[in-house]
Design a protein around this ligand. Structure first.
Ligand code: SF4
Ligand code: SF4
Length: 269
């Protein structure tokens, strides 16, 4: 583990439920996920704190779910919800710290011991500085989970920034300057805000689905597009773009480039 703090509930407005299946839907917009989490939270908050009642509630929530998971192998847990009363912190409603003592995680889609010990690859693959930067720049439950779990996206954004700066991009410096941090947030927030993405495309960031429903990494078909690879393309893919012609690809590259330049300009000011 290279990250020195717990990525799941790091505080400061950030929280994550990605490995509980939060984003595992074709429509994983903030609106759709807020609605689902609110439904789960409301149902489980009025359920007596015993395994039988929670097991029944979990089954009911699974049956009522409108959308099917995008990747069937990645389970979507009905015990995920808002663990605060303002709807700002996503987390496990069956965790003893949330219930006040009783562990009800066995009623979810994994055994409690699995939930307790699991750490996703971001714990080992992000540096402490990169993780702190994501936490500071993405201080909300929706964006934080999307970004902290996409190591390739974070690294690719910072790599582009280093090329632009002609030197190292220092997370500590970016975090210490609010005007710079705001530009970093806008760059990372492209995960949510990037325009003209095809909503019907069966992709999740860099991944599409194979015939078995498993996630597989995507590539751009440069021969078909008739263009050469560019440094922005990793970020373009991580944002979920599926360009079908050179104009679309150029526009998405320019979007990424302009956001990276904005961070660089803010650092130089
Ligand atoms: S995906 Fe990673 S950071 Fe998010 S809740 Fe799971 S283990 Fe924690
Ligand atoms: S029971 Fe496990 S999988 Fe379900 S929300 Fe809690 S931590 Fe996530």
């Amino acid at each position: 583990m290279t990250v020195s703090f717990h990525l799941c509930q790091p505080g400061g407005g950030a929280s994550c439920g990605a490995c509980c299946g939060l984003y595992n839907f074709q429509d994983h917009s903030r609106e759709a996920l807020t609605e689902q989490l609110a439904t789960q939270t409301a149902r489980l908050r009025r359920t007596p704190l015993d395994a039988e009642s929670w097991g029944e509630a979990a089954r009911e929530l699974l049956e009522q779910r409108h959308a099917s998971p995008m990747f069937p192998a990645v389970r979507v847990c009905p015990l995920l919800g808002f663990i605060d009363f303002q709807g700002r912190q996503v987390g496990c409603l069956g965790h003893p710290k949330v219930t006040g003592g009783v562990d009800l995680r066995d009623c979810g889609v994994y055994r409690s011991s699995v939930c307790e010990t699991f750490t996703c690859p971001s714990f080992g693959w992000l540096t402490d500085g990169q993780a702190r930067l994501v936490q500071a720049a993405c201080a909300d439950w929706y964006l934080y989970g999307l970004v902290i779990t996409d190591v390739e996206f974070v690294r690719a954004c910072l790599r582009l920034l280093e090329w632009e700066l002609g030197g190292p991009a220092r997370p500590e410096e970016m975090m210490a300057r609010p005007e710079v941090l705001a530009t970093v947030r806008r760059l990372f927030a492209l995960k949510e805000t990037a325009p003209r993405r095809d909503k019907r495309a069966v992709v999740f960031g860099r991944f599409s689905r194979d015939v078995e429903g498993e996630p597989v990494p995507r590539m751009l078909d440069y021969v078909k597009l008739g263009v050469r690879a560019a440094p922005e393309d990793d970020v373009v893919l991580c944002l979920g773009y599926t360009p079908t012609d050179p104009t679309e690809l150029m526009a998405s590259r320019e979007l990424v480039r302009s956001h990276v330049r904005a961070v660089s300009r803010a650092l130089a000011a």
